[in-house]
Design a protein. Structure first.
Length: 278
């Protein structure tokens, strides 16, 4: 990386927030640069820095996203999958990894048997003997056992592969301090370059999605999917306790951030946010 790029980017990435709003200070800086006889060369220099900053940030961001995903799929399919499938099928007699899987399997099997009796009663199925019904239920039980056995092995693979992906992500973060500073500067410039209306819209969208009155259903779906992904029991009490506390804490932190930080950086965006939220 060239020295002029590194110095300029680091200065922009670690720019401190002063008592004067950044929008006002940048307006004065703009007038100062326009009166400078070297303004043209500085504009060209800034354009080169901005172009390098954008390309470098996008490349590093793609690296942070794609690398853990690729590592996850490779380790899961070619490293963990053969060993886990062997030990689970050959050395283990269990089908279920947790009690939630048992409850779902038993509920599905019971509904299947009740559906057969119901369809016989309304004439959609011919009268079946007790042995025929038992055979159908047995086939369904074998099918469910295979399904939940695969789900159990997938959960173990997911946990191990996700751990490797997380280590890969942290490795990229630790070894890419310069790229992080460039990315931080790029994100700051991108956010501060938005209009006040756009900033307020994004704030309202974030709060409505994550801490709004209807967000509890989304959190419930995310938690259930996450627990199934790692093969953990779906404890409803823990899920409801999380939904009742975490969005409230998140809303408190977000309001504190608006009061302490955003109100100094962009007070007009805060004013627009309050007007749109009324």
């Amino acid at each position: 990386m060239k020295n002029w790029r590194s110095d300029s980017l680091n200065q922009s990435a670690f720019e401190k927030t002063g008592p004067i709003p950044r929008s006002i200070s940048r307006t004065f800086e703009k007038f100062k640069k326009e009166l400078d006889p070297n303004a043209e060369s500085e504009i060209i220099e800034e354009f080169r820095i901005s172009r390098y900053q954008t390309s470098s940030s996008i490349k590093y961001l793609l690296l942070l996203i794609i690398s853990p995903i690729v590592v996850n799929q490779i380790t899961k399919s070619f490293i963990f999958s053969p060993f886990i499938d062997y030990f689970w099928n050959e050395k283990n007699n269990s089908v279920f990894l947790n009690i939630s899987q048992e409850e779902r399997a038993f509920s599905e099997l019971q509904r299947f048997e009740e559906k057969i009796h119901f369809e016989i009663q309304i004439g959609q199925l011919p009268n079946l003997s007790h042995e025929s019904i038992e055979k159908e239920v047995k086939n369904k039980a074998v099918e469910l056992a295979q399904y939940y056995s695969d789900e159990s092995t997938d959960a173990i693979k997911n946990f191990l592969a996700d751990c490797v992906s997380l280590l890969t992500f942290f490795y990229l973060i630790v070894t890419g301090t310069k790229q992080i500073s460039v990315l931080n500067s790029f994100v700051n410039e991108l956010i501060y370059g938005l209009s006040d209306t756009a900033k307020a819209f994004l704030i309202i969208l974030f709060t409505d999605v994550f801490v709004g009155f209807h967000s509890s259903h989304g959190w419930e779906i995310l938690l259930e999917s996450g627990l199934r992904h790692f093969g953990l029991p779906e404890n409803r009490d823990i899920i409801f306790l999380f939904i009742a506390t975490f969005p409230v804490l998140l809303d408190t932190v977000f309001k504190y951030w608006i009061f302490r930080y955003l109100n100094q950086v962009s007070p007009s965006a805060v004013a627009t946010y309050h007007e749109m939220n009324e």
